[in-house]
Each structure stands twice: as C-alpha cells, then as structure tokens.
Design a binder for this molecule. Structure first.
Ligand code: S3P
Length: 415
C-alpha cells in the first residue's frame, strides 16, 4: 500500500523550510502530494524525485522561499491549501492559491479566521478559494479554541505560529491526527502538549532529517474491508502506519466483527507501524462510537460499504465534517448505495445503513477519490458489475489501486 498522504505533504513542507537536505522513502506519488511538491518548486525549492517513493528536498530555511511567479495550483488537495495558508501568511511576498472544481467549493474560513486573528491579511471568494495572501505581515501568537475537529486547521495555525511573535496555542474539541506535532519535533522544533493544549514558540528553526514514511492506513482501509467481505480472503498488509490518531478504522471494523490481527508492531521514525493480517469474517452492524469519528475521518466511505455487507443496521452520528470533504461524503455515499439497492438514509451528521444485498448499477464518484474506491470494493459483493463514473481521481491518493486490487484477484477495469 502506498505511503501516507498526510506525512508526504508535511515532509515536503517541513523539508523545504529546514536547513539542509531532507530525504524520505515511502513518499506517496499521488496527485495531492505532487501538488505540494510543485508549489514549493514554484517558490524556488529544489526537489529531486519523487521516484519509486524516494524524494530529496534541499531546504531553504524558514525565510528562504521566493515569491511564486504564478498562482499556486493545489489541485484537489485541501491539506495543501490549508496548511500552506499558515505558511504563506507570514511570508514577505504576496501569493495566490487556488485548486480544482472540488477544492473551489470547500470552506476556507476555518483557516482564514484564526489566521486573521494572528494578523494575516487574506482575501477569499466568500470563504472559498482562490485565497489571495498579502505578504509582509507580522503575525502574533494567539490561543485558539478550534470550533471543529480538524487536523488541517490545527496544523495551519501551528505553522503560522512558527513565524509569529510569542507563543501560539490550540485546543481541539476532539483529538485529531497529530502528524504535524510529531514531525515538527522530528525536524527539531519543540511542540508542547499539556492538558490537551498544543503549543509552540515562534521564531524557531527546522533541521533537515531523513524519514521512512509508512503505508497510509487510509489506503490500507480499502483492503481491510475488501478482505473482510470477500469470502476466503487472507491478506497481510505490511508496514502500515498505526498512529493512534489514525487507527479508528481498525477499532470500528473489529467492533463489527472483522478478523484483523496486528502483527510485528514497531516504531519507525517516531510513528508506530505494524503489519495487518485480515481474513474474511461475517460483519454485524453497529452504532459507531462518536469519539472514533475523527480517528477514522477519511475511512467512512469504505466503512459504509462494510456496513452495507453487514448483518443489521449501522448508525453513524457526529460526522458532519464528512459533508465538507472532497465531496459531501454522506450524500455521495447515500446516493450511490441507494442506486445499488441498499437501504441507506443520510442524516444531518451521519447515515443509517441497513446491511443486505448489493445490486449492480452505475454510480457517481462525485469527483472524489475515496468515493470511487469505496464503490469499487462494493463490486466484490455485488450481484453484477458496478460502474463508477469519472474514477480517474483515484490517482489523488492511490495511483496503483487498480493494479494492486487486480493482483489479488479483483476484476477492475476501465470502460
Ligand atoms: C488531513 C486532515 C483531515 C483529512 C485529510 C488530511 C491532514 O482533514 O480528512 O484527508 O493531513 O491534516 P480535516 O482537517 O479537514 O479533518
């Protein structure tokens, strides 16, 4: 399974701002991470690769970025535009960031609001991209109580905080992925976490490092569900990132009755990693505990397919954030499931899915990579073929998805 998307983005961002050359293996060569690479190239950073997962970044130091000549295109990547907002707001130069049709519909007020409190000057299209950032502002540290559980917002504020005067601190309504905190420490920048308040002092520096990026648990999730629902499967996924802020999918599938063994647990570069052995097992519907939602936030599309194959009802609540992902993932999944004959009802903050038979049919991907991959997994159990429209977007996070699935006996092809 290819490398972690969140860590790949941060490797480029922190490597670019570090002193010295950062090297990484396991880098995700998906479109999203490549947008971050291109953005830093556009700001004068020399980056070799990625090639076969290896990348080298010649850091320019905290103040070494150059003004980009053109608008920075973040493609489909919410992580790129939101984290870069925090890094670009304190730069000496002006910059403009935009993205594709999906990104242009996503809310950016969640990052521009705290950045404005720090003194940043950013214009948007009514809270959506493009974002025009005015350079030359002196930011000051703030304490920010995040209104939503979002690692992108937390990271944006922390990254701006590295350039701000004084201390920047954050508290989040629920724990979200902590790759920014862990990786900043790995690059030698002190980040404290006390009584659930995360903070750092402005004015520090990053030092180049070398990283071994684990396989993305969000990509592994498609195989965890595939092997659980396809009878007779016995599959081992190697070197999967098991950061506790990301591993909610394993807890949820286990609660549903999945047979997942966590083997060979170890730590690689400050991140827990393990091999996951998954064998097919009958699944049962559950009420998904709300505290697991942020820990499995990207895995719900494929978890809904597990729910459609389970016996009984699965109920998800407290997941309104799913409505502002690459697509409205509650509606996208509910529409497709209903097309396939599954009893699925979208609610404001979640979904109710009655497990049963999955029929065949044609579903929309809504230009969302995880929706496309989730419905392809449904095909393993469907009564006939499932056609997914506009599925090229799979390359956003998982360029070799189809090859890998077919190497395990899948029958996925382009039409
Ligand atoms: C990410 C955070 C999450 C996640 C996204 C990657 C990150 O987004 O959905 O795929 O790398 O920080 P939110 O912060 O919007 O929850």
């Amino acid at each position: 399974v290819p490398g972690d998307k969140s860590m790949s983005h941060r490797t480029v961002m922190f490597g670019a701002l570090a002193e010295g050359t950062t090297t990484a293996t396991g880098f995700l060569e998906g479109q999203d991470a490549l947008c971050t690479v291109q953005a830093f190239r556009d700001m004068g950073v020399v980056i070799r690769g990625p090639k076969q997962g290896r990348i080298e970044i010649d850091g320019v130091g905290m103040h070494g970025l150059k003004a980009p000549e053109n608008v920075l295109d973040m493609g489909n990547s919410g992580t790129s535009i939101r984290l870069l907002s925090g890094l670009l707001a304190p730069q000496a130069f002006d910059s403009v960031m935009t993205g594709d049709f999906s990104l242009q519909k996503r809310p950016m007020g969640r990052v521009t609001t705290p950045l404005a409190l720090m003194g940043a000057v950013i214009d948007s299209e009514e809270g959506k991209p493009p974002l025009a950032i005015k350079g030359g502002q002196r930011l000051k540290g703030i304490h920010y109580e995040m209104p939503m559980a979002s690692a992108q917002v937390k990271s944006c504020v922390l990254l701006a905080g590295m350039y701000a005067e004084g201390r920047t601190s954050i508290s989040e309504p629920a724990t979200t992925r902590d790759h920014t905190e862990r990786m900043l420490r790995g690059f030698g920048y002190a980040v404290e976490c006390e009584n659930d308040v995360i903070s750092l002092q402005g004015g520090g520096a990053l030092k180049a490092t070398s990283l071994d990026i684990p396989a993305d648990i969000s990509s592994a999730a498609f195989f965890l569900v595939a092997a659980s629902i396809a009878e007779g499967s016995d599959l081992t996924l190697e070197h999967v990132g098991m950061n506790p802020t990301r591993a909610g999918v394993i807890t949820i599938l286990t609660l549903m009755g999945a047979d997942i063994e966590v083997l060979n647990e170890r730590e690689v570069g400050g991140e827990p990693v393990a091999d996951l052995r998954v064998r097919s097992a009958p699944l049962t519907g559950i009420e998904i505990p709300e505290d697991l939602v942020p820990l499995a936030i990207d895995e719900f599309p494929v978890l809904f397919i597990a729910a459609a194959c389970a016996e009984g009802e699965t109920v998800l609540t407290g997941a309104e954030e799913l409505r502002v992902k690459e697509s409205d993932r509650i509606q996208s999944m509910a529409d497709g499931l209903v097309t396939l004959g599954v009893n699925a009802v979208a609610t404001d903050d979640g979904i109710r899915i009655q497990g049963g038979e999955i029929g065949s049919g044609e579903v929309e991907s809504f230009d969302d990579h995880r929706i496309a991959m989730a419905f392809s997994i449904a095909g393993l159990k469907a009564s006939g073929p499932i056609t997914i429209k506009e599925a090229n977007n799979v390359a956003t996070s998982f360029p070799n998805f189809i090859e890998l699935m077919n190497s395990l006996g899948g029958n996925f092809y382009e039409v």
